[in-house]
Design a protein around this ligand. Structure first.
Ligand code: ADP
Ligand code: ZN
Ligand code: ZN
Length: 768
């Protein structure tokens, strides 16, 4: 029997009847707060569980932080408090038992400090959307998926190619229909499906799966016809062996030219980890690259492969997360940067493909984290190992090579196909102008484009995304106005009254806009950077007679959007695929023989901290799109700066030389990664209030900066000073390499902000 309460005013039932008292961490303020609830429904909740409770009448998801069985007697004796027992509300439901384990949580807390974020917010960002915090009232519509249906009229067609016949037989055997994703998993690629659609044997339509998470998982049958690994080339074999001898908790930079078999190496490393009973995480920077990567991993590992990225519905993400928590067998998860948080244990391998890509950095909302840093830290703590793969490694990783740094280096120098990389032809746009040719498309490019249809070939044309900021340049001699102190182009700013001035975002140097060139006196001296939209309109006019397809964020919605457009293009529905940066990334289209850039200048002179490096990476990647099939490819670059080092190295293809030179230059100029930076971004509805808040913040931080040897630049309007009606201001801090950020801890910075102004702290920013 349990002892009766000594106080008749407090008729407490026995603890086992009442249930335990549970502290639940809930979304309240930046830091979150713990509130006490009662497990009166006997759900048996425990530390690390996610539960549903009510706070002021609203349903919330919270994390169980503490749990105790305490009778009022015990409480009185222990705490000495005699206050009458409060009424405790019940825990309503258990969302997920053991959602957060202490080791994983310790890592997330450390990352929160790294990102200058509260632990609660960090945890909320790490968990699948909707798992922690206030519950969304509207339940998201489940995503619709492609359903492939055999046409009933089409029975026993003759002379089908073998694989198409296989697909048809598989569909018939499965009752006449299947989800395209399951077919893909079973090794029937989209090309085969398209083949049968063209023959009128099947049709494809969007349907709603009964349960998205169930509808996607394919039966064990998919695990039967798995692809066997390629036998590795000597170089690949060496990489695999080098990796195997790496200590646990470390990383390796895999620098391999495009088509050198990096993905095959990932596959085989993953296979070894799976055999050893450890999970694998395969990350890619862009959601557009997910389908082909998933296809390749599914062909090899079947149902062990899961996806986790923003193209998944919330439900799918939760389902993958849950499988990570409970999996009996090791998994391979293919995802974008947020997948780095998945709770996989034991974790053996984390691959970041295209590790140089800036999409691995989350810029907004906070936490502004870099998946590469996260992966390295996670590996260190858990004994996993990291592979950073790229044809054009980032300067940051290159600088981090052993013996000074932490990364081992492995190289793949030869393409599997032994095809040479396509030659690069540079078109000097200054000459075009001098010859009186003022079109967007130069004569050499026009010539090549118009020859495409007859040859049955295709081209991709990159239009750099609108230099969201512009710089001042001379169309006659190519001169660009640079900061006298830094290796950075000055940015043109416009006030609302139309006044223009120049500013360096790195050191705050300011200058007037001039109307003629200092070098050559030309009057063709003006801001550079037309909008993508306008360029597209001009292109349509200039390329009459060619069939164009547009590939950018506006024309490709989500995962299927990419796939559909690329399928259309691959099926020959257009001659030219025109698009922004996304175009350069990873697509494999055998009929593309020409890759062209309209105005490389828009890339070269962005005010970003790594503009040169990023443009060379992008251009080399774009070059890799041409000549992947039988016919050799070529690359054509239009620019006003043919002598820019980036253009030189693009032509000679010596990326390593570029890295060395760039490292020297940046080291001397004290630019990242040979210094550290941090950007504080403010935005608000009112320009005046936001500007004042920025000034107040600067005053608050200045003494800390001075004390720690950091430099404070600004406050200043952001390069795009207004977005979606909100004014944007920023403070840039830069200081010595490896030194901590000169910022007060906790939420001090946010406490003084006026209403309606928001602040984000972006440590080690990539874009200004
Ligand atoms: P990367 O990821 O470096 O661009 P991939 O792994 O995609 O290179 O390889 C390029 C092509 O070569 C792919 O079609 C792949 O299947 C093929 N491949 C890779 N390794 C081998 C190998 N050892 N033997 C035969 N083919 C290979
Ligand atoms: Zn000039
Ligand atoms: Zn400067």
């Amino acid at each position: 029997m349990t002892p009766a309460s000594p106080d008749p005013a407090e008729p407490a039932p026995c603890p086992s009847e009442r249930g335990a008292e549970v502290d639940v961490w809930l979304e309240a303020g930046r830091e979150g707060r713990c509130f006490t609830y009662l497990d009166s429904r006997q759900l048996g909740v425990d530390l690390g569980d996610l539960v549903v409770v009510r706070l002021r009448g609203r349903r919330m998801h919270g994390l169980v932080m503490d749990r105790r069985i305490s009778s009022p007697v015990d409480r009185g004796q222990v705490s000495g408090r005699e206050a009458p027992r409060r009424h405790l509300e019940a825990i309503e439901a258990l969302v997920q038992p053991a959602a957060v384990d202490p080791l994983w949580f310790g890592w997330v807390e450390a990352m929160a400090v790294h990102c200058h974020m509260s632990s609660f917010r960090m945890l909320k960002a790490a968990l699948p959307p909707g798992w922690l915090g206030q519950r969304q009232s509207h339940q998201a519509e489940p995503r619709r998926l492609w359903w492939i249906q055999l046409e009933s009229s089409a029975i026993n067609p003759q002379n089908l190619p073998q694989r198409q016949a296989d697909l048809q037989a598989a569909l018939a055997a499965g009752g006449g229909g299947a989800w395209q994703r399951d077919l893909q998993a079973a090794g029937f690629g989209s090309g085969l499906v398209n083949g049968l659609i063209k023959r009128g044997l099947i049709r494809r339509e969007k349907r709603q799966p009964i349960d998205a998470s169930k509808g996607l998982s394919c039966s064990d049958a998919c695990d039967q016809d798995l692809e066997v690994p390629q036998s590795l080339t000597v170089e690949q074999q060496e990489v695999v062996e080098a990796f195997q001898s790496q200590p646990l908790g470390t990383g390796m930079l895999l620098w391999g030219v495009t088509g050198s078999g990096k993905t095959e190496v990932y596959l085989q490393l993953a296979e070894r980890e799976l055999q050893a009973g450890r999970h694998c995480l395969i990350l890619t920077p862009e959601i557009g690259l997910i389908p082909q990567l998933v296809d390749r991993f599914r062909r090899r590992f079947g149902t062990k492969v899961l996806e986790y990225h923003s193209g998944c519905s919330d439900r799918e993400r939760v389902s993958t997360w849950r499988q990570g928590l409970t999996a009996a067998k090791p998994l391979v998860v293919v995802g974008t940067r947020s997948a780095v948080f998945l709770p996989l244990a034991p974790l053996g391998l984390i691959v970041l493909d295209e590790e140089h890509d800036s999409s691995y950095k989350q810029e907004s909302p906070m936490p502004c984290y870099h998946a590469r840093d996260m992966a390295m830290d996670r590996a260190r703590r858990t004994g996993a190992r990291v592979v950073l793969g790229s044809a054009t490694p980032s300067l940051v990783s290159w600088k981090n090579l052993a013996p000074q740094g932490q990364l081992a280096l492995a190289r793949l120098t030869r393409r599997i196909s032994d095809q040479p990389l396509p030659p690069v032809h540079v078109v000097d746009m200054r000459q075009e102008l001098a010859d009186g040719h003022r079109r967007l498309i130069s004569r050499p490019l026009m010539e090549r484009l118009s020859a495409l249809p007859e040859a049955g070939e295709q081209a991709v044309v990159l239009v750099p995304r609108r230099g969201y900021s512009s710089f001042l340049s001379c169309r006659s001699c190519g001169e660009v106005v640079q900061c006298p102190n830094c290796d950075v182009a000055l940015t043109v700013h416009r006030s609302r009254q139309g006044h223009q001035w120049l500013r360096c975002h790195w050191c705050d140097h300011r200058a007037e806009v001039e109307s003629s060139c200092h070098q050559c006196g030309s009057k063709a001296f003006k801001p550079f950077g037309a909008g993508t939209q306008r360029v597209m309109e001009h292109l349509v006019e200039e390329l009459q007679g060619l069939r164009l397809l547009r590939f950018d964020r506006d024309s490709t919605g989500g995962r299927d959007g990419h796939r559909r457009l690329l399928e259309q293009f691959a099926a020959g529905e257009a001659d030219v695929l025109v698009g922004t940066q996304m175009l350069a990334k990873g697509m494999d289209l055998p009929r593309v023989t020409l890759a062209a850039v309209l105005a490389a200048d828009g890339l070269l002179h962005r005010p970003d901290l790594q503009a040169g490096e990023q443009s060379l990476q992008l251009l080399m990647q774009l070059a890799g799109r041409a000549g992947r099939g039988e016919r050799p490819g070529h690359v054509l670059v239009q620019t006003y700066c043919p002598d820019h080092p980036v253009i030189h190295h693009l032509v000679d293809g010596r990326y390593g030389e570029f890295l060395k030179e760039e490292a020297c230059l940046r080291h001397e100029a004290g630019l990242v990664p040979y210094s550290r930076a941090c950007l504080l971004r403010l935005s608000g509805d009112s320009a005046a209030v936001t500007a004042t808040a920025a000034a107040v913040l600067a005053e608050q931080i200045k003494p800390l900066c001075d004390a720690q040897g950091w430099c404070l630049v600004g406050p200043a309007p952001a390069p795009i000073a207004r977005v979606a009606g909100r004014s944007r201001w920023q403070l840039l801090l830069h200081g010595p390499e490896e030194s901590p950020l000169p910022l007060p801890s906790g939420s001090t910075l946010w406490n003084g902000l006026p209403r309606g102004v928001s602040l984000a702290v972006d440590p080690d920013p990539i874009q200004l």
